[in-house]
Design a protein around this ligand. Structure first.
Ligand SMILES: [Zn+2]
Length: 86
């Protein structure tokens, strides 16, 4: 279990969410103290893809920024296969 700077967007809640998982290859469940389980992912890769896409969407809109980009720093602590960056 570890924390990120991802924030709950339910009703503009804005509370920091908690990610529950037993490791990169296990289910990642995102919970909010106010709203309980928000969403869960098959594994860390699915979670990271979701965050990346959500962040990109926010960048395009450049309006509401509920996802803090420090979320990406969190993933750098975890051993993961290198991704091609273009
Ligand atoms: Zn919430």
């Amino acid at each position: 279990m570890f924390q990120t700077n991802l924030l709950c967007a339910v009703n503009r809640c804005g509370k920091q969410v908690t990610i529950l998982s037993d490791g990169p290859k296990t289910t990642h469940t995102i919970t909010c103290v106010e709203h309980g389980v928000l969403i869960s992912f098959l594994d860390q890769f699915s979670f990271r893809e979701y965050v990346r896409r959500a962040a990109n969407r926010l960048l395009e809109l450049s309006g509401e920024e509920l996802i803090n980009f420090d979320a990406f720093a969190m993933t750098s602590d975890v051993k993961a296969p290198p991704e091609s960056m273009n």
